[in-house]
Ligand binder design. Structure first.
Ligand code: S6P
Length: 478
C-alpha cells in the first residue's frame, strides 16, 4: 500500500490535535498508542500532539467501567473539551464491533464540524453490520453515522478503516483479534506517517507489516510453552489463588491492560489476575495522574505488589515477570501471550462454555443484548422469555414488578453490576424452571460454572428428548 501524496509537516500542537478514543479495551489501546507516539515525539524534541479519551476516564484504563460506553453525550462532551480552541483535529474513533454509542457521539460531532475535524473510524465489522439499535435521546445510530462517514470518505473527508477479521475465538471478546489488530493498524499508520513526515517521501507500510508477521511466527512457534503457562495459570485460578503480572515499561502496561479485561469478560474478581508496573502512574503518564486513592484495585506499582500481595503468596500462585532488554520489540508477542494465558486460565476455571463467556457482566446495553442472545442460543427459548429470565436474575425475584419491566435499560444494567453470576442464574432458571433462589443454591453447590450449566443442559435436553419421544409414541398410538 502506498499513498503518493506529499505529506505535511507534523502540525503545530497549539492549533492542532490528534485524538484517539474508545471504550474498554479500545480506549486502553488508544492510551497505549498515544503514550508510545508522544514518547517518540518528545525524544525528537517535538511537541506531544496526541491525546487519548477513554469512556469512563482514567479509572477505566485499569478497571472495568462498561456503563459509560452507552453515553454518546459523554463522548461528544469529552471530545469538545479536549479540542477547545484547536483549528484542526484528526479524530480516530475505535470501536471493534462498530457499536459503541460513546464513539458514535464523538463521530457525530466531527461530522457536524467538518471545518475542524477529520474523522477516522477503526473497527472490524463490515460497515453494513454496524449497530443499528436506536441510541436513547439521539437521532442517529452507529450505523447511520457510518453511512454518513462512507459518503464523506468518497471525498477523503472521513476515513473508515474496517478490515474484516472474522469472529473472535471467544465470542464477543474483542480484546484478542480486534485489540491486537487495532494495535498493529495504528502503529503502522503512525510510524509510517511519522517517517514520511521526517523524510518528506511517500508512505510505505509493507516493511512494518513484515515485522508483525515475524512476531506472530516467533510467538506461535512457542505453542507448547504458552500452553504450559495457560495450564499453570488455570491451576492457580482453579484453586482460588491468583496470577500476577509484574512488569516494566510498555510490557508492564500490557499486563495491566490484560488483567483489567478479565472482570467484564469472565466475571473475574480484580484479585484473580492483577498487573503491576514499575514506576506506576508516574511512568505511565496518564492524564489524571495517581489513582491510588480510588481504592485497592488501583494500586499498580511494584511497591503495592511487595506490600499487599507478596506477603500472602503461596506456591499455588503464579507471578509472571514481563520485561525485555530490546525496547518495545516484544509488545505484540507479549499481548498475544497474556491474552492467551488469561483466557486459557478462565477456560480452565470453567468460565467459558463452548466458545461463549457464560459469566459475562451485563453492565451496558451491548452486554445486555449479548446476554439475551446467549440465553436464546443455549436454551432455545424465545427472546422475550430469555429477557424475562435475565431480568429476574438481575433483580433476584421470581415475579417482575411493573416498574422492573418498564424502566430504562440503564436501570437494569446498573442493577446487574451489583449482582453475581447473573447470566448463569438466568440460564439455570430457564432450563430447569426452578426459582431464582433454587438456581442460586444449585450454582453454589458447583464450584465450576461450566459444569453446572452442562449438567442443566444435559438434564434439559434429555428430558426434552424423553418428552418428544413420549409425544410421538402417543401420536402413533392414537
Ligand atoms: C474487551 C471487551 C470490551 C470492549 C469494549 C469496546 O474484550 O469486549 O471492553 O473493548 O466494549 O468495544 P468496541 O467494540 O467498541 O471496541
Amino acid at each position: 500500500m502506498a499513498d503518493r501524496a506529499k505529506p505535511d509537516r507534523i502540525p503545530d500542537p497549539q492549533d492542532s490535535l490528534i485524538v484517539l478514543s474508545g471504550c474498554g479495551t479500545s480506549g486502553r489501546l488508544a492510551f497505549f498508542i498515544t503514550s508510545g507516539f508522544n514518547r517518540e515525539l518528545r525524544r525528537l524534541n517535538q511537541g506531544a500532539i496526541c491525546l487519548y479519551i477513554i469512556a469512563g476516564g482514567d479509572r477505566a484504563l485499569f478497571s472495568s467501567q462498561e456503563a459509560p460506553e452507552d453515553d454518546p453525550i459523554l463522548g461528544s462532551l469529552s471530545l469538545r473539551k479536549v479540542s477547545e480552541g484547536k483549528k484542526r483535529v484528526l479524530f480516530i474513533g475505535i470501536s471493534c464491533g462498530l457499536s459503541a454509542p460513546f464513539v458514535a457521539g464523538q463521530l457525530d460531532v466531527c461530522l457536524q464540524h467538518p471545518d475542524v475535524y477529520t474523522p477516522v473510524l477503526i473497527g472490524f465489522n463490515p460497515a453494513h453490520q454496524a449497530r443499528k439499535e436506536p441510541i436513547p435521546g439521539c437521532t442517529f445510530t452507529f450505523h447511520s453515522v457510518v453511512e454518513r462517514m462512507q459518503e464523506l470518505s468518497k471525498m477523503q473527508k472521513a476515513f473508515l478503516i474496517n478490515p474484516a477479521l472474522g469472529p473472535e475465538a471467544i465470542s464477543g471478546s474483542s480484546r484478542m483479534k480486534g485489540g491486537s489488530a487495532t494495535k498493529i493498524l495504528l502503529e503502522v499508520v503512525f510510524s509510517a506517517a511519522h517517517a514520511a513526515n521526517s523524510s518528506r517521501t511517500p508512505i510505505l507500510y509493507k516493511y512494518r507489516m513484515k515485522s508483525y508477521k515475524q512476531a506472530l511466527d516467533v510467538t506461535y512457534s512457542q505453542a507448547e510453552g504458552i500452553a504450559a503457562l495457560m495450564e499453570a495459570a488455570g491451576h492457580s485460578l482453579q484453586c482460588g489463588r491468583r496470577v500476577c503480572y509484574l512488569g516494566w515499561g510498555s510490557l508492564g502496561l500490557l499486563g495491566l491492560i490484560d488483567a483489567s479485561e478479565c472482570k467484564p469478560t469472565f466475571g473475574a474478581d480484580y484479585e484473580d489476575i492483577r498487573g503491576f508496573v514499575s514506576g506506576g502512574y508516574k511512568e505511565l503518564g496518564n492524564k489524571e495522574g495517581d489513582l491510588n486513592l480510588m481504592g485497592c484495585e488501583f494500586g499498580i506499582t511494584h511497591d503495592d505488589f511487595l506490600n499487599s500481595v507478596l506477603p500472602c503468596l503461596t506456591d499455588k500462585d503464579m507471578v509472571l515477570l514481563l520485561y525485555s532488554h530490546s525496547g518495545n520489540q516484544w509488545e505484540l508477542s507479549t499481548k498475544l501471550l497474556l491474552n492467551a494465558v488469561s483466557t486459557g486460565a478462565h477456560i480452565f476455571k470453567g468460565k467459558v462454555y463452548q466458545n461463549y463467556m457464560i459469566d459475562l457482566q451485563v453492565t451496558n446495553s451491548k452486554l445486555y443484548h449479548r446476554a439475551t442472545r446467549l440465553l436464546q442460543t443455549l436454551s432455545g427459548r424465545s427472546e422475550s422469555q430469555c429477557e424475562e429470565a435475565l431480568l429476574k436474575a438481575i433483580y433476584q425475584v421470581d415475579k417482575l414488578t411493573e416498574d422492573m419491566m418498564t424502566c430504562h435499560l440503564k436501570t437494569h444494567t446498573d442493577a446487574a453490576g451489583k449482582g453475581e453470576k447473573v447470566v448463569p442464574l438466568a440460564l439455570v432458571c430457564l432450563l430447569t424452571g426452578c426459582s431464582v433462589k433454587e438456581a442460586k443454591s444449585l450454582l453454589e453447590r458447583k464450584a465450576i460454572i461450566r459444569e453446572a450449566v452442562e449438567e442443566c443442559l444435559l438434564k434439559y435436553t434429555s428430558s426434552k428428548g424423553l418428552k418428544e419421544t413420549r409425544e410421538s409414541e402417543d401420536k402413533k398410538l392414537r
